[in-house]
Design a protein around this ligand. Structure first.
Ligand code: MF3
Ligand code: CO
Length: 257
């Protein structure tokens, strides 16, 4: 029921997992190009983590079959890699990846352009990424969960896009999904107060069109109106000195992705 508060030692363990997650996603950002299938991305990720400490967090989770989720264009989250899904220039692909190392989880996602993309799609990516930045900046002692969700929602809606309601950010630690839930909407001053040691996977999912979701198959969530959707995520700790992004190296600063 309670929200866990993690010690400095526990945060270091989550950071170890987070650095592997970042390495994989960052390498995939460089790798993605027209002609690759989403299964090619999966195979690349599997090879990259072979021999490293820990395990991929998603494979086997409630029967999920892969180490990555790859969600293309109107797919929002939890797309399953497939050799039949070939990326084409102008597509966007959201890649979500998690690791558990020594019992501690890290979870992150990035939406990657395939070749050159339309300006409106680039705006969707920029607005979603900045939504994550704005949310992370609210991850400070004394703020409330509603402040974080509101930061995302107000920014996204101001830009003419919509936030997904059915999927939310989540506490993370010794489980991938823990308390609290963090919706990408909310009212300032409402919800649980953030405390030192809380760790949350902050993950705006933004649709270019309407917010409604439908299920394409058992796993894949897509926009009901067929509009494109973007997803950026980091695992973020609340510390005395401000937000700490556990899913990237300490010396990487600036925008979240
Ligand atoms: N990263 C996803 C999340 O934050 C988890 C993927 S679900 C899985 O909820 F089943 F694919 F693992
Ligand atoms: Co997550």
């Amino acid at each position: 029921m309670a929200i866990h508060l993690r010690s400095a030692e526990e945060l270091e363990k989550m950071h170890r997992a987070g650095l592997i997650v970042w390495d994989v996603l960052n390498a995939l950002r460089q790798l993605v190009k027209p002609g690759l299938s989403t299964m090619d991305l999966e195979k690349f990720a599997e090879q990259k983590i072979a021999g490293l400490p820990g395990q991929p967090a998603f494979k086997g989770y409630r029967g999920y079959p892969c180490v990555l989720c790859t969600s293309v264009n109107s797919e929002i989250v939890h797309g399953i890699p497939s050799p039949k899904c070939t990326l084409r220039a102008g597509d966007i692909v959201s890649v979500d990846f998690g690791m558990v190392v020594d019992g501690y989880y890290a979870d992150s996602a990035v939406t990657i352009p395939v070749g050159s993309i339309a300006p409106e799609l680039q705006k969707l990516l920029d607005v979603t990424r900045e939504g994550l930045d704005r949310a992370i900046d609210k991850m400070r002692v004394g703020n409330r969960l509603g402040d974080v969700g509101h930061a995302v929602q107000s920014w996204v809606e101001q830009n003419g896009f919509s936030v997904v309601r059915e999927f939310v950010g989540h506490g993370i630690g010794t489980k991938m999904h823990d308390e609290p839930n963090l919706p990408n909407y909310g009212e300032p001053g409402r919800g649980a107060r953030l405390q030192e040691g809380m760790v949350i996977a902050v993950e705006p999912m933004v649709n270019a069109g309407k917010p409604a979701v439908r299920m394409r198959d058992e796993w894949t969530a897509e926009t009901a109106d067929g509009s494109p959707s973007a997803h950026f995520e980091h695992t973020v700790a609340v510390t005395a000195s401000g937000p700490w992004i556990l899913t990237r190296p300490r010396d990487v600063t600036g925008p979240s992705w």
